[in-house]
Design a protein around this ligand. Sequence first.
Ligand SMILES: Cc1ncc(COP(=O)(O)O)c(C=O)c1O
Length: 487
Amino acid sequence: MMKVFIEEIPLGICKSDTPRCKIYRRNTCASSTRGEPMHSDQNESSPQDVSRRRFLKGALLGGAALTMSSKLALAEQMATGRLTARDIHGAGMRAGVVRMASNENPVGPSPRALRAIANNMFDVNRYSIYTNYPNDRFSGLGDPEDRTPLIEELAGYDGVKLPKKERRSSPSGSSSSSGSSSSSGSSFSFGRDDSPPPTPYLVSCGSGPFLKLLPLAYLSQGGGEVIEAETGYGSISRAAEGYNDKEIPTSVIRVPLTADYRHDLDAMRNAITSKTSMVVITNPNNPTGTLLSYEELEQFVNAVPKHVIVVIDEAYIHFVRDPNYKRAIPLAIANDNVIVLRTFSKVYGLPAMRLGYSVSSTAIQEKILFYMADSIPGVLTQIAGMEAVKDLAHVRRSQQAVWDFRDQCYPVFDRMGLEYIKGEGNFFQVKVGSNRTEIYRELGKRRVQVSTRGGDRMAEWLRVSAGTARETEVFLNELEDILSKSI
Ligand SMILES: Cc1ncc(COP(=O)(O)O)c(C=O)c1O
């Protein structure tokens, strides 16, 4: 039997149900009560659980098993009375580093996704039969009328009703498994002999590729104009501006955020001209984390001329705390000029697997597919994604970790008198002042990584991504210490 050594202790969920491999874990913390894997830094998940005394006691009791470096870490902690990065081993990170810089998931990926990867890893000698083209199946592989199971899962999760599966017929009228024609009679045919997908979904290697494909599709030929918030994520705007180097006339109108760091939708609408190709809205916004309501977005979409594509990037939408918050996918279903983007890199904890998706009209899909070619995620990625979507317990754990992170930080900032933006993503911005860069560097020296994303308008702010309770405690300890020394 082949063993895959990820860590040293068998995971509860992986013990017996994979015939060909076992997944092992290194640290001595057992599975959670749900029988799901936990990382060493996940033992206490709420800020209330963070007790230095308890940590010290636990560490001393386990003294026999302490390594040299953890003894050093413990000695340092006893000397200083506070957790440092050296005490931490975060999910997916090497020990001794606290990474709160890249808007990742501190909890780790869904254990169900990991199991699915392990279960299917020996089959990668075969091409994936899952593509964005439902008819693009090599003869004899599965049911050519099937939609990809990933899209079925996504639609279920998003509450999107997919069209009924229909037998597609060949030009002679007989049932076809070669994918040579479409019952829709669409003239869409480039690259392959396929019709566009009969669903509003396209999958890609992350949502990042869509942020390149959209300007390619709509600006790379004749140029045009993009409108985006300042400060926003900026990926589409940067790509569009790059076309000027290729002598394709593009311009970007950056519309300042409101005084409370939200998108100024009125100003964005007023900025639209006959040359505008695209308006980009990141919701919640990155880096400010501020959120627009469904009603605000709907009003905006209704007011925008139909030749303007409205891109709504919902990379962080799962972290919105209000259970009644309505997400934007219905706007993409109802309007030919709206596209919603989602990623598996955040709540699902799978950034290294590279998986994202879009929801849009056929018209937008056709434009994107022209440039997208075969850049679809591999089969392990799609299978992992499918399981992650189903793993609602992991989604809830990930959300809770982010909400706990906010609850842990905000009272400390209040006590310290620091201004911060109450974001709805898995990160927030905190204003540390004009020596922001020095503070950022000093945090880095102390092995706490945060981000300075935000451009000139946010030059006094740090963007801090969610950590576990202990990682967050280290960040708060170090920030407070650095600020008290006013470097
Ligand atoms: C707002 C936003 N959109 C898209 C992405 C791209 O994510 P990915 O390509 O990993 O799916 C990110 C990554 O951090 C992001 O912050």
